[in-house]
Design a protein around this ligand. Structure first.
Ligand code: DX5
Ligand code: ZN
Length: 218
């Protein structure tokens, strides 16, 4: 399975995100990762559905929306209407997981479940036959620029082995601290999609940085 890079726009300039989207359009990244944070589920606040719908017409890339919010049931329709292609929410929320999965899929949007570093991987096991991707957080969710957590590598391996043993069609997305080295390690243990934020945005040329990460890991 070829590798997918999903640049996280958290590193971009919020006052001119169109420019960032148009740059990512010119890269070989297939996805664009939108980190939605509510200041409650995570100690940071980013943007809402309007921000995403305003950007929808600028790109045909896959809008990979990562909801780090507590009240998913209340807001999920807005993110569906905003033009998300994939909506991933966290397993740690209190809302009913099954009904969220079916609502997202009923609207022809792919569904993912994200899992924090401290959450055991088997919390998501009951849902793996019903979702399109798992996001394994390799940093504590909330901020870009953190260091990759090596103790999550074994979790990625376990999830990958389980998916293979059941012959499930679920992709593994890794989110947090991805660079050449950590990305390579994650792919070796079964990851398919790599979110990268600061590693790309801290470089001079976003397009070149994205394409060289893609080339290095494919
Ligand atoms: C963290 C976000 C990640 C983060 C990735 O809560 O979910 O997507 O922005 O950024 P880097 O690649 O800088 O860790
Ligand atoms: Zn994310």
């Amino acid at each position: 399975m070829s590798i997918i890079i999903s640049p996280s726009i958290l590193g971009g300039s919020f006052s001119n995100m169109e420019k960032t989207i148009l740059e990512i359009n010119k890269s070989r990244a297939e996805y664009i990762h939108f980190d939605v944070m509510d200041g409650d589920f995570v100690p940071n606040l980013t943007f809402g559905p309007q921000f995403i719908s305003n950007l929808r017409s600028y790109s045909n890339k896959v809008f990979d929306v990562h909801l780090m919010i507590k009240r998913v049931q209340k807001f999920v329709d807005d993110y569906i209407k905003a033009g998300s292609d994939i909506i991933s929410f966290h397993i740690e929320i209190e809302d009913d997981i099954r009904s969220l999965i079916s609502k997202i899929k009923k609207n022809n949007v792919k569904c993912g479940i994200a899992i924090k570093p401290k959450t055991p991987w088997d919390k998501i096991e009951p849902y793996l036959d019903d979702i399109d991707q798992v996001i394994v957080m390799t940093v504590e969710p909330g901020f870009g620029g953190q260091v990759f957590m090596n103790d999550q590598i074994n979790k990625i391996k376990k999830i990958s082995e389980y998916i293979k043993s059941k012959n499930l069609n679920v992709k593994i997305e890794i989110d947090g601290g991805i660079n050449y080295e950590t990305g390579k390690t994650c792919i070796e243990v079964g990851a398919n999609i790599l979110v990268a934020g600061s590693f790309l945005f801290k470089q001079e040329d976003l397009i070149k940085a994205t394409n060289s990460l893609y080339d290095a890991l494919s």
